[in-house]
Design a protein around this ligand. Structure first.
Ligand code: GTP
Length: 312
């Protein structure tokens, strides 16, 4: 629906002001020169200005600096072709407070005729809480609560994204998969809390070994996987060995009891024959079990697989 479908609301400032003051949203009314004609008290509070200071100032006062030019064009375009934009649409907007702090907002704009002039009336809603909640829920849905590592779902998404980079630009990506050895025995002998301590401690230690682009994931109970963008098989093997030794050397203490843990590492990298991230996952998994069968506490790379087994 366009605002031209119906005659725009025609009113005066005196009539409109009590109405916009009663609304639960901030209201900012701008003329075709981007000047703020009218604003309600909520707009003043939202942007950290006295309402009288907002009135008469350029709209850019409440628009973040990097967006000002684009926003100006957007407003001009809006006056030429006013399409009613309801709140909650895909696009994400922010305003800026007088202290420079950005505030995520949702906006609904419509054209009205105010005191005889065509103006744009924007209802502006502070959506900081919703955006933070959204970000937290997204992160929670991708993270393992116990270790803070990403979960299996995120591992797959990220590995798939890395496969695109490999196919398009030949950027190598490798994966280290590791699984604690005889973990059941640790639980049985020292209690479940001891097993948990191993998982959380090692996750913290591994995190310190990772570069910012690396993606540490917990893909099963005592199984972890690390995606290493821009790392070839040799780089990944070196890191896997470093992590394996860190685990081996770590002494865990719980209720005055000391114990140790080891893990077996499987390392794989993308190959030109890979058409899905599954192939790499399977190779890493296969060599991990080659390592388990060979006696555990070791690192095995996909080079250990026969070439005919490469597709896993
Ligand atoms: N404490 C604790 N234990 C877990 C957790 N998730 C999985 N486990 C345990 O990990 C053990 C995994 O056992 P298995 O799959 O038999 O493997 P394993 O004993 O490590 O033996 P190998 O992998 O063959 O060396 C099970 O006893 C699970 O209960 C967890 O979050 N905390």
């Amino acid at each position: 629906m366009t605002a031209n479908d119906n005659a725009p609301l025609t009113t005066t400032s005196d009539h409109l002001l009590p109405f916009i003051e009663s609304l639960p949203d901030a209201v900012v009314i701008v003329d075709q020169n981007h000047k703020i004609m009218l604003a309600n008290a909520l707009a003043g509070r939202m942007f950290g200005f006295a309402v009288d200071d907002l009135k008469g100032s350029d709209l850019s006062t409440i628009i973040p600096m990097p967006l000002r030019n684009a926003h100006r064009k957007h407003v001009n375009g809006y006056f030429e072709k006013p399409v009613l934009r309801p709140m909650g649409e895909e696009k994400r907007f922010s305003g800026v407070r007088s202290n420079g702090q950005e505030v995520p907002v949702d906006i609904m704009i419509n054209i009205i005729v105010l005191d005889g002039a065509k103006v744009a009336m924007a209802l502006v809603r502070d959506v900081t809480y919703q955006r933070e909640l959204e970000a937290r829920l997204t992160l929670e849905s991708l993270t393992d609560e116990m270790t803070g590592f990403y979960n299996r779902k995120h591992f797959k998404t990220q590995l798939n994204a890395q496969l695109s980079g490999y196919v398009r630009w030949g950027l190598p990506t490798s994966v280290i998969m590791f699984d604690f050895d005889h973990f059941k025995k640790i639980n049985d002998q020292y209690g479940h809390a001891a097993g948990d301590l191993v998982l959380t401690t090692i996750a913290k230690m591994v995190r310190q070994e990772l570069r910012p682009l690396d993606v540490g994931c917990r893909i099963g109970g005592e199984e972890f996987a690390i995606i290493l963008p821009n790392a070839n098989l040799e780089d990944a093997e070196t890191l896997a060995e470093r992590i394996r030794k860190l685990i081996e050397q770590k002494e865990f203490k719980l209720d005055e009891v000391s114990f140790r843990a080891t893990a077996t590492m499987g390392v794989a990298t993308f190959l030109p024959t890979d058409t899905s991230y599954d192939s790499l996952m399977r190779r890493a998994d296969n060599v991990l079990y080659v390592g388990k069968a060979a006696g555990r506490n070791r690192t095995v790379t996909q080079n250990a697989l026969q070439s005919t087994d490469f597709t896993g």
